[in-house]
Ligand binder design. Sequence first.
Ligand SMILES: Nc1ncnc2c1ncn2[C@@H]1O[C@H](COP(=O)(O)OP(=O)(O)OP(=O)(O)O)[C@@H](O)[C@H]1O
Ligand SMILES: O=P(O)(O)OC[C@H]1O[C@H](OP(=O)(O)OP(=O)(O)O)[C@H](O)[C@@H]1O
Length: 305
Amino acid sequence: MDLVNHLEGRLLFAVPKKGRLQQATLDLLSGSDVQFRRETRLDIALVKNLPIALIFLPAADIPTFVGEGRVDIGITGRDQVAEHDATLAKGEISGVEEILDLGFGGCKLQVQVPQKGDITEAKQLVGRNVVTSFTALTDAFFRGLEGAQPGEKLQTKIKYVGGSVEAACALGVADGIVDLVESGETMKAAGLKAIDTVVESTAVLVKSRNSKSELLDLIAARIRGVITAQRFVLCQYNIPRSELAVASKITPGKRAPTITALEEENWVAVSSMVEKKRVATVMDELIKVGATDILVLNIANSRTD
Ligand SMILES: Nc1ncnc2c1ncn2[C@@H]1O[C@H](COP(=O)(O)OP(=O)(O)OP(=O)(O)O)[C@@H](O)[C@H]1O
Ligand SMILES: O=P(O)(O)OC[C@H]1O[C@H](OP(=O)(O)OP(=O)(O)O)[C@H](O)[C@@H]1O
């Protein structure tokens, strides 16, 4: 089937075709009941249960397609959006609008130099060779350090490489690099250390500035629901009514905790959304104020404000 001829009338949704953001993105789509089957080697997949076509693209190219309005919505890293926006002319408005921070794919774009060398600050790299896949952000960063005006030639020599950026210092191509760091394992293995941060990034849902439709809002609401469900758990417990005020401060919920009367006099049951990463501390605090029968339940999906 010639899929390109079946795109008419469909919302075009760009997703990473490989790499660090792909699996979490596919999980999000599945949690949002976006059903599709991708044929081997095809970069377009028609969604079976909604008028949407998924376009599989490198994460780095997604802001360009979204920014030019070629696709309506996409998932990529905030670093990639920042790199795209850094290529715009002064005063030019980006065509890419962030709708939602997705929380996964956390990393930092950092200036790195050999651990053993004498460079400890990014400004010591001014006038030297810097290698990166993020040339526009790196240019803007060193422009700031050099105090150079837009259009003025930089003293720092910035060179593009597409991957394995960490090898550049060891091979003598660079005095420093600007590349992504998450755990720091790759940087350490290459004998490098971070001396500055250019941007911090997580995966984001973005839309094309001029794209507007009910379907776009619907898909964004579904994704927001899945993300919220992943971030929160439902915490339920029983507590003497006399301690309810203090317990409610521990579990205020997203809007307010749900309180239900218990058959036992002077006791109530409380149910409240709690951020997953805080839940152990919250349970410790609840025990201290007299809560009993504390249960923590996963949330499969959600729609909240
Ligand atoms: N180590 C990491 N941890 C978390 N997120 C990362 C990491 N590396 C990259 N990312 C995020 O994933 C995005 C895509 O990077 P990734 O290296 O997976 O790209 P790719 O499309 O496979 O390209 P490449 O071929 O250059 O590796 C980055 O822009 C960043 O937002
Ligand atoms: O701090 P860490 O957890 O070690 O992660 C950082 C590495 O991850 C990314 O590369 P990736 O492994 O995706 O491959 P790439 O070099 O081909 O981009 C990034 O470019 C770093 O090399």
